[in-house]
Design a protein around this ligand. Structure first.
Ligand code: HQG
Length: 180
């Protein structure tokens, strides 16, 4: 992604996932905002944006973090919210095994508590180890935990997959974790 598009992406993450109130932006219950309103309210707070820049940031985003509605009028973040939104994702049967990348310094606490969503709405899980390693490296020395998603699902715990391929669940009790 080009540097100016990375800047737009970071701004979109901030207002669509965490702080819409920072610019007075209205999100609906599913997390969608009007693109026109976003542009107007960002401008009023000193962040000039235009439709083409937003479209390019959405299209070239390295993790496909955002979605535009088919008519281009609305935008939302695909996952990663700290504010309460109902993404209205259908529950899905996960693969037998999923991965969670974290930092070694969190492992003792995770052994005790399992994985908790913390500031976010969900615990984020990856379908492959490489992605999980990258997620963990954001926090420090990475370590990949293996999640027995099959057993969790069998016990009635719900999973969904975001539009950009991240597996989401409410929490992962420690008994379902294989921690190396
Ligand atoms: C850890 C990025 C102590 C958890 C990524 C993680 C992802 C615990 C940290 C998305 C714990 C939370 C989310 C416990 C969990 N004790 N630490 N009991 N339970 N933790 O950033 O999963 O680039 O909120 O292991 O790709 O790292 O933003 O979650 O290390 O998909 O699009 O608490 O963010 O996507 O950190 O990342 P985060 P995450 P974007």
């Amino acid at each position: 992604m080009k540097p100016d598009l990375v800047k737009i992406s970071k701004f979109l993450s901030y207002v669509l996932r965490h702080e819409p109130d920072a610019i007075g932006l209205d999100l609906d219950a599913q997390g969608w905002a009007s693109v026109d309103e976003l542009i107007a309210k960002a401008a009023a707070k000193g962040t000039p944006l235009d439709r083409d820049g937003i479209a390019a940031a959405v299209a070239t985003n390295d993790k496909q973090r955002f979605a535009l509605s088919p008519d281009g009028a609305r935008i939302r973040a695909n996952q990663g919210h700290s504010i309460a939104v109902d993404l209205a994702l259908a529950p899905q049967t996960p693969p037998d095994v999923l991965y969670h990348g974290t930092a070694t310094r969190f492992v003792d606490s995770i052994r005790r508590q399992g994985l908790v969503a913390g500031e976010r709405q969900h615990v984020h899980l990856s379908a492959d180890r490489a992605t999980a390693t990258n997620v963990g490296a954001r926090h420090g020395v990475p370590i990949v935990l293996v999640v027995d998603a099959r057993a969790m699902h069998g016990a009635g715990l719900a999973f969904a997959r975001s539009d950009n391929g991240v597996w989401l669940t409410g929490a992962v009790p420690a008994q379902y974790l294989d921690i190396p």
